[in-house]
Design a protein around this ligand. Structure first.
Ligand SMILES: [Zn+2]
Ligand SMILES: [Zn+2]
Length: 349
């Protein structure tokens, strides 16, 4: 039988995607094949796009990204899925065997180590089809649209971060960063009982959806040298919790300065620098709790699907653009243009 082929948006060099025809991978034991319905374009894709390479072995073979995706099963292999099932994939390639996995903390899997994800170390879903481990696939309820399913990945990151923060009723919350995860954290913090939610942003074009959502009570200008004073005044002494969703030293320090004594800072942003300068004394002398937050647990991934299915949150409303696969290059160019009001793009191959 002739090898089945498909279109894929291959990363061919720094800031360069090319449409290619590539073989559909074989369905090996434990795997399923899906026809991709939707795939969200993520900030971490932008880093790989700029670098022109993924995080896996560089053997010259075609690499395509895409880790926020759903699709329809076209070959269930030896799994219990059926042809036609709608599924969403969790990109986390956890081992299921290490001490972290066995304690239900798959986001901390020793094999994953923050990098072992579909679309980073192996080919993802910027293609017509995807073949991957059936154990990473979850059935989608009818109430979750394809586009909404394309946002389960950032939503699970926001969901885990908000739960991890230990937020309590009436807490005052700051979100530093105006990307999709910042938007979703604000929405979930409000649902979790925050009395006041603010965003520190630098680009007004990227916060239209945040304004529309009504989840944010205030916006602070990250370039304003008086920002910390304004925040302390507005909160009567500082935020209870600040979420860092950018990944830089400046924004981390904004968080550390913005929380009250004894407050908490949750770090979600991935820094491109190996080390960042940081006001350690403020954290020590004010007993500020610093915590990292990454991905989510397997149980939280299932709960994230249910957050949408149950109508608690509608991530689709944050989508600014739905584009075909061959517009992926254009999508990255727009996402890296400061003057473009794009917030979240979902690709529909
Ligand atoms: Zn992502
Ligand atoms: Zn593990």
């Amino acid at each position: 039988m002739a090898q089945e082929m498909m279109k894929a948006a291959v990363l061919v060099g720094p800031r360069q995607i090319a449409m290619k025809t590539v073989p559909v991978p074989p369905v090996e034991p434990g795997m399923i094949e899906i026809k991709v319905s939707a795939c969200g374009v993520c900030g971490s894709d932008i880093h790989m796009w700029k670098a022109g390479k993924g995080w896996g072995k560089q053997d010259g073979s075609d690499f395509f990204m895409g880790h926020e995706f759903c699709g329809v099963v076209t070959n269930p292999g030896d799994s219990s899925f059926k042809v036609g099932d709608r599924v969403v994939f969790w990109a986390n390639l956890y081992c299921g065997k290490c001490d972290m996995c066995l304690s239900g903390q798959e986001q901390l899997c020793r094999e994953v180590n923050g990098t072992n994800y579909i679309g980073f170390v192996c080919n993802g879903a910027y293609a017509e089809k995807f073949v991957g481990k059936a154990s990473n696939a979850y059935l989608l309820p009818d109430t979750v649209s394809d586009v909404a399913a394309g946002l389960i990945d950032p939503l699970m990151v926001a969901y885990h971060a908000v739960r991890h923060s230990g937020i309590k009723l009436h807490d005052k919350v700051l979100v530093v960063g105006s990307g999709i995860i910042g938007h979703l954290i604000g929405a979930l913090a409000k649902k979790a009982g925050a009395s006041y939610v603010a965003m520190s942003k630098i680009n007004d074009l990227k916060i239209e959806k945040a304004k529309e959502s009504g989840d944010f009570d205030a916006f602070f200008d990250g370039r304003d040298p008086q920002q910390t004073e304004s925040m302390r005044e507005a909160t009567n002494g500082g935020f209870d919790i600040a979420f860092e969703a950018v990944g830089s030293g400046d924004t981390l320090n904004t968080c550390v300065e913005a929380v009250r004594p004894g407050g908490a800072v949750v770090m979600i942003g991935n820094s491109m620098e190996p080390q960042v300068p940081f006001s350690m004394n403020r954290a020590v002398l004010q007993e500020i709790r610093l915590m990292g937050s990454v991905s989510c647990t397997r149980k939280e991934f299932e709960e994230t699907i249910d957050l949408i299915a149950s109508g608690m949150i509608d991530p689709e409303k944050y989508v600014t653009d739905i584009l075909p696969l061959d517009a992926l290059q254009h999508a990255f160019e727009r996402l890296t243009t400061e003057t473009d009001p794009v917030l979240k793009i979902v690709i529909k191959p």
